[in-house]
Design a protein around this ligand. Structure first.
Ligand code: ADP
Ligand code: MG
Length: 754
C-alpha cells in the first residue's frame, strides 16, 4: 500500500477538514485519508496507484468551497517550522484592521449624530416606513448602512463567496462560514448594521488567531523534539557546498563539524569524534565513533570532526523516519475523537433547529417571551453562531497532538491517540525477558568443555554465533572477540526460540538451549549455575556448554512495582528455561512467569490474554523476534529505539531508550493529555449551552444588549483558548519514573547525587 503526505492549504475549519477526510476515504482509489488539522497535513493511503495532485484537488473542489490547494510534502518540509505570517494571513489582517477601523469609527460617528441614543438606532428594513418624511433619520439610516456594508464586504467577501458556492454542495453547506455569515446578514437585516459587520470581523479575527495558535503549537512540538536536520556540507573536489540533506545521494561524501546534526545515515571514512545520540536513543552518554563506524542521522557531533560516506538518502535515513513518526502521530484517532466527530455532525443541525424553534415560537407562545418577532430573530441568530462546531472539533485532537508532542520530547513515540487512550486502563502488561527486563548483556558464569579442547569448543560456538543477531550472539561475539574463527559454517539455520543449526567442517553442529536438545533427542548434562544454558553439539554429541548470566535492569524493578501497585497483572514471557526464568521473575516480583515458549506460543499467549482481559493488554518487548507479539497486543511497545526498524514499524509506542519504566511515563502523559482533552470539551460545551441560555434571558430582560457579539466572541475565543490550553501541555514536566524512586530514597543526611 502506498502512502503519500500532502500539505493542505486554505481549509477554513476543522469541520471542513473532517468532511474532506470522509469524502476522500470514500474514493475508490483511496484506502484511508487522514487530515491532521493541527499540522495542516493530509495523509493518504492508496489502494494501489496514487492520484495526481490536480485530480485530488479537482475532486475536493466538487464538495468543498474553500479554495483548497495541495502540495506534496517531503519529510524535510514536514520537520520545518511554519511561519505564522504568511501572505494570506497578512492580507487578512490588513482587511480586518481597515474594516475594523471603518466599522468602529462609523459606529462612534453615527452614535454622536444620533445624540448618543442607542435605542433609536435600529430600524429593520421592513419598518423603514415609520421613518418616511423624516429626512434626517433616513439619511442617517442609509449612510450608516453604506459605511457598515462596506466594512462587512471588505472583511467578509471571501466568506460570502464560499457560502454562495456552498449552496451547490448541500452536504457540506452547514459549516462555520455559513453560520457566521447568516448571523451577520440577519443582523444587517434587522438594522443592527454595526453588529453585522462586527460579527464577520470577529469571525475572521477568530480564524486568524486559530491559525496562528495552531501553527504555534505545532512549532512548539517541533522545537520540543528538536529534530530539525541541519544542512549538509557536501564535499565536491576541494570545495564544500552547503546543500539541503534531501539533495544528497548515496556515496556522496559529507563533512560534519562540531555542533552539527548528522543529516543522513552514513559511514565514517575519515576522522573520529563523539556523538550525542539523545534525540534518537534517549541515551545521554556520548558514543565514540571512528573509521568504518556507521553513524545514524539525527545524532549530533559534540567533539571531533568526521567525513562520512552517505549510506542512505535523507528519505531513507533514520531521522526521516522519526520525523515522519512524530509529525503523523495523530493519524490513528482515539475513541473520544471519533465520538466527537460523530457528535459534531449532529450538533450543528440540532442547534439550527433550536434556532428555528426560538424564532417561530418565542414571539407568540409562552405569553410572548419577547415583544416582537424581530427580537425572536435576533435570539435565533445568536443561536446560529453558537452552532459552530469548531471548538468541539478542535478541542480533543489538539490536546492529543500536543500530548504526542510531549511524549516525543520525553523520548516516547506514540503513533496514535488511540494508543495513548489504551494506556489509561490497563488489565495486563506482558513483557519479554531478554533485552526488555534484563540488560541482554550476557556474561559467562559457567563453562564446561566435555569433549575435545576448549579452543575447538569456543571456535565452533563463535563460528555459529557470528551468523546470528540474537542478544546472546551479540554478547558472545564481544566476550570472545579475540578468537579467530578458523572455518566458515554452511547451511546455517536460525531456529527461532531454539537456537542454531549448521554444517561446520562437514560435521553437523547445534548450538542452543535444552529445548533444542530435547527436540533433537540429544542427552545433556545439567549445569550447576542458574542462567541461560548454551550447549554445543557436534554430530549429536554435547561437546560442552556455557551458562550465561544476564543482569536485571535497575529500571525493571520500579517498572514492575508501579504496575503492580496499580493492580495491573504482569506476565513475563520467555523462551528461556523455567529455572532461570523463575529466578529472574521472582527477583523482580513478577508472579506470572511463562517459560520455554516458542515465538508462536508467545503470540498465542498474547491473543488469549487479549480475549480474557477487560481493558488493554499491553506487550512490551525489544522487537527482536517478538514483533508478532507487539502486533497482536492492544498496545504494542517496542524498546531500544529507532535503531531497529522492525520495532519502529510494528510498534504502537516506541520507547527510544532501553528503560521499560518509560511506559509509566507514557501513562502519566496519557493522563495529563486526557485531562486537557476533557477540560477542553466540557468547557466548550458548557460555554455553548451557557451562551444559548444567556441569549434567551438577555433577549427578554434587555433587548438592546448585543448578545450576538458576545456569542461570536464566546465561540471564536473559546476555540483559541482550547488551543492555547492544550499547547501548554508541551511545557509540562514529566518526572521520570525511574528517577522518582531515586529521589524517594534520598534523605537529608544521605543523598547520593546521580
Ligand atoms: P527470550 O524469550 O529470552 O527473548 P528467545 O525466544 O529469543 O528468548 O530464545 C529462546 C532460547 O533459544 C534461548 O534461551 C536460547 O537457549 C536459544 N537461542 C536462541 N537464539 C540463540 C543463539 N543465537 N545462540 C544460542 N542459543 C540461542
Ligand atoms: Mg527476546
Amino acid at each position: 500500500m502506498k502512502q503519500k503526505i500532502y500539505r493542505i492549504k486554505n481549509l477554513s475549519c476543522a469541520n471542513c477538514a473532517q468532511k474532506v477526510e470522509e469524502y476522500l476515504t470514500k474514493q475508490d482509489e483511496i484506502h484511508r485519508a487522514v487530515i491532521n488539522f493541527t499540522n495542516s497535513s493530509l495523509q493518504i493511503k492508496y489502494k494501489d496507484e496514487e492520484l495526481e495532485i490536480v485530480e485530488l484537488e479537482r475532486r475536493i473542489h466538487t464538495m468543498n468551497s474553500d479554495n483548497v490547494k495541495l502540495e506534496a510534502l517531503d519529510v524535510h518540509q514536514m520537520s520545518m517550522k511554519q511561519s505564522i505570517w504568511t501572505k494570506e494571513s497578512v492580507n487578512l489582517l490588513i482587511r480586518i484592521l481597515i474594516s475594523g477601523i471603518l466599522a468602529i469609527g462609523g459606529f462612534i460617528v453615527f452614535l454622536a449624530l444620533k445624540q448618543w441614543n442607542m435605542a433609536d438606532m435600529h430600524y429593520p428594513f421592513w419598518e423603514l416606513g415609520k421613518l418616511s418624511g423624516n429626512t434626517r433619520e433616513l439619511t442617517l439610516f442609509w449612510s450608516e448602512f453604506a459605511v457598515m456594508i462596506t466594512a462587512f464586504l471588505l472583511v467578509g467577501y471571501d466568506i460570502g463567496w464560499k457560502v454562495i458556492k456552498g449552496f451547490k454542495k448541500p452536504s457540506t453547506m452547514l459549516n462555520e462560514n455559513f453560520l457566521m455569515f447568516m448571523a451577520a446578514l440577519g443582523a444587517i437585516a434587522i438594522g443592527n448594521f454595526f453588529e453585522g459587520a462586527l460579527v464577520l470581523i470577529l469571525a475572521q479575527v477568530g480564524q486568524l488567531f486559530e491559525k496562528i495558535s495552531v501553527t504555534k503549537s505545532r512549532n512548539a512540538v517541533i522545537d520540543a523534539i528538536n529534530l530539525r536536520p541541519s544542512n549538509a556540507n557536501l564535499i565536491v573536489g576541494n570545495d564544500i557546498h552547503v546543500v539541503e540533506p534531501s539533495s544528497l545521494n548515496v556515496n556522496d561524501f559529507i563533512e560534519i563539524r562540531v555542533g552539527e546534526t548528522i543529516p543522513v545515515d552514513g559511514v565514517v571514512v575519515r576522522g573520529s569524534g563523539s556523538l550525542n545520540t539523545m534525540s534518537l536513543t534517549g541515551e545521554s552518554r556520548p558514543v565514540h565513533v571512528g573509521q568504518d563506524d556507521a553513524v545514524m542521522s539525527g545524532t549530533t557531533l559534540i567533539e571531533g570532526s568526521l567525513v562520512l560516506r552517505v549510506e542512505h538518502t535523507f528519505e531513507n535515513s533514520k531521522i526521516a523516519k522519526l520525523i515522519e513518526l512524530v509529525m503523523n502521530s495523530g493519524s490513528n484517532k482515539g475513541v473520544m475523537e471519533s465520538f466527537l466527530q460523530k457528535f459534531a455532525k449532529w450538533y450543528t443541525p440540532i442547534v439550527i433547529s433550536l434556532a428555528l424553534l426560538v424564532f417561530i415560537i418565542f414571539p407568540f407562545a409562552a405569553g410572548g417571551w419577547v415583544d416582537n418577532w424581530t427580537q425572536g430573530l435576533y435570539i435565533a441568530l445568536t443561536f446560529l453562531t453558537v452552532g459552530c462546531p469548531c471548538a468541539i472539533l478542535v478541542a480533543v485532537p489538539i490536546a492529543y497532538f500536543c500530548g504526542a508532542g510531549l511524549a516525543s520530547k520525553n523520548k516516547i513515540i506514540i503513533k496514535g491517540s488511540n494508543y495513548l487512550e489504551g494506556l489509561l486502563r490497563i488489565s495486563e502488561v506482558i513483557t519479554d525477558k531478554t533485552g526488555t527486563l534484563t540488560k541482554g548483556e550476557f556474561t559467562v558464569i559457567e563453562e564446561n568443555v566435555i569433549n575435545g579442547t576448549k579452543d575447538d569448543f569456543i571456535n565452533i560456538l563463535l563460528a555459529m554465533e557470528s551468523r546470528s543477531n540474537h542478544p546472546i550472539a551479540i554478547s558472545l561475539k564481544t566476550i570472545y572477540k579475540d578468537t579467530v574463527i578458523s572455518a566458515k559454517v554452511q547451511d546455517f539455520q536460525e531456529i527461532a526460540g531454539f537456537g542454531l543449526k549448521a554444517i561446520y567442517n562437514k560435521n553437523e553442529v547445534l548450538v542452543g538451549g535444552q529445548k533444542l536438545l530435547l527436540k533433537e533427542g540429544i542427552e545433556y548434562p545439567q549445569p550447576n549455575e542458574y542462567g541461560t544454558e548454551i550447549y554445543v553439539v557436534l554430530n549429536k554429541k554435547v561437546i560442552g556448554y556455557i551458562v550465561l548470566g544476564d543482569m536485571v535492569k535497575d529500571d525493571s524493578t520500579i517498572f514492575i512495582k508501579t504496575l503492580k501497585d496499580q493492580g495491573v497483572k504482569v506476565t513475563m514471557l520467555t523462551g528461556d528455561g523455567a529455572k532461570n526464568a523463575e529466578h529472574i521473575g521472582h527477583s523482580l516480583g513478577i508472579d506470572n512467569v511463562v517459560s520455554n515458549l516458542l515465538p508462536d506460543e508467545k503470540v498465542a499467549y498474547v491473543e488469549e490474554a487479549k480475549k480474557k482481559n477487560k481493558y488493554s493488554t499491553i506487550y512490551i518487548g525489544d522487537g527482536i523476534n517478538d514483533a508478532a507479539c507487539i502486533i497482536s497486543s492492544d498496545v504494542g511497545v517496542a524498546m531500544g529505539g529507532i535503531g531497529s526498524d522492525v520495532s519502529v514499524d510494528n510498534a504502537d509506542i516506541v520507547i527510544m531508550n532501553d528503560q521499560p519504566s518509560k511506559l509509566i511515563d507514557a501513562q502519566k502523559i496519557a493522563k495529563a493529555t486526557r485531562l486537557r482533552a476533557i477540560v477542553n470539551i466540557v468547557i466548550a460545551l458548557m460555554i455553548k449551552v451557557g451562551l444559548m441560555i444567556f441569549a434567551l434571558i438577555i433577549g427578554k430582560v434587555n433587548p438592546s444588549f448585543p448578545a450576538l457579539l458576545v456569542a461570536v466572541l464566546g465561540d471564536t475565543g473559546l476555540t483559541i483558548v482550547c488551543i492555547i490550553y492544550s499547547s501548554l501541555l508541551i511545557r509540562k514536566k514529566i518526572t521520570p519514573t525511574h528517577k522518582d524512586i531515586h529521589e524517594d530514597k534520598c534523605t537529608k543526611d544521605h543523598c547520593h547525587p546521580h
